[in-house]
Design a protein around this ligand. Structure first.
Ligand SMILES: Cc1cc2nc3c(=O)[nH]c(=O)nc-3n(C[C@H](O)[C@H](O)[C@H](O)COP(=O)(O)O)c2cc1C
Length: 287
């Protein structure tokens, strides 16, 4: 799958990427209203990744339904909408609006964005709040609901358990890790908000360890995300317990990466005599 926020709404991206290779397209996070996001600069390169502070720029739910969903409805690749809220009620409202919209195949609940003053990550650090939002969204929709968690929670395993108990169909692990960069000439943070979210290869070992730990604690499928840049990386996540993976930063660098990873996994399966990918899920752990 394409990771949310790194693949827009998929429509422009589908010109460059063969989306039939993807299990799903996950679109940029959406609020009820359009948002401009944070001031520039919003991206900073780091030695093994990238810091971003987009602030969830987006077109709002009305335009998503009127302009993008009809295009998605013509695709064979399912589209999952990443939903955001400044309040718990906003998640519920968006879930209701998207229920039975042709072209929308699932929801990814973003309670993990580090770039917001209100909402986002603060909902994903407390197990009770995360569970409440999950059960509200589940009650508001007939679509499959996956919940995307933040590694910045003090105890992500407790959040994962609470969200699973509240009825989530799957978990996506992980969103970006809080980080920053400082311009020593200006003697100020490079990103206007000071902090941002770190993604890319730098976070892969952290994401992998979280998938491994959470996979032992919950029974619902896990979608691994964080620094995956090769078939080998994807296989590590699957062996740690992920049933599927998302590619974010690596796809912004190389749009061919999606097909390359799928081909690489197929080659590995042939070499290892693996008939079904599910045979590999959690094989390196206790699951
Ligand atoms: C530019 C950018 C924008 C992002 N926007 C979102 C978003 O809207 N919603 C969300 O849940 N995650 C968002 N993320 C997090 C990614 O989906 C992903 O969890 C994270 O980047 C780690 O994966 P990666 O290392 O493969 O990029 C964003 C990441 C980047 C780099």
């Amino acid at each position: 799958m394409s990771a949310s926020g790194t693949f827009g709404y998929g429509v422009d991206e589908a010109q460059k990427v063969d989306i039939t290779k993807l299990g799903a397209v996950i679109c940029k996070g959406i609020f009820l209203k359009p948002r401009d996001g944070n001031p520039q600069p919003r991206l900073v390169e780091t030695p093994a990744g990238m810091l971003n502070s987009i602030g969830l720029q987006g077109v709002g739910i009305d335009k998503l339904i009127s302009d993008y969903a009809p295009v998605w409805g013509k695709w064979d690749t399912p589209v999952i909408v990443n939903i955001c809220g400044e309040s718990a009620d906003e998640y519920t409202e968006i879930a209701k609006r998207l229920d039975e919209v042709d072209g929308v195949s699932g929801l990814e609940v973003n309670i993990s964005c580090p770039n917001l003053h209100k909402g986002g990550m603060e909902f994903g650090t407390d197990p009770q709040v995360a569970a409440q939002i999950t059960s509200n969204v589940k009650a508001a929709t007939s679509l499959p609901v996956m919940v995307k968690l933040t590694p910045n929670a003090p105890d992500i395993v407790s959040v994962a358990r609470a969200v699973a108990d509240a009825g989530a169909d799957a978990l996506s692990l992980i969103n970006t890790i809080v980080g920053m960069a400082i311009d020593v000439v200006k003697q100020k943070p490079v990103l206007p908000n000071g902090i941002g979210g770190l993604s890319g290869p730098a976070i892969k070992p952290i994401a992998l360890a979280i998938v491994y730990k959470v996979a032992k604690s919950v029974d619902i499928p896990i979608i691994g995300v964080g620094g995956i840049s090769s078939a080998n990386d994807a296989l590590e996540f699957i062996l740690a317990g992920a049933s599927a993976v998302q590619i974010g930063t690596a796809g912004m660098i190389n749009p061919d990466i999606f097909g390359q990873i799928v081909n690489g996994i197929q080659t590995y399966m042939q070499k290892t005599g693996t008939a079904d990918i599910s045979e590999l899920v959690g094989k390196a752990g206790l699951r």
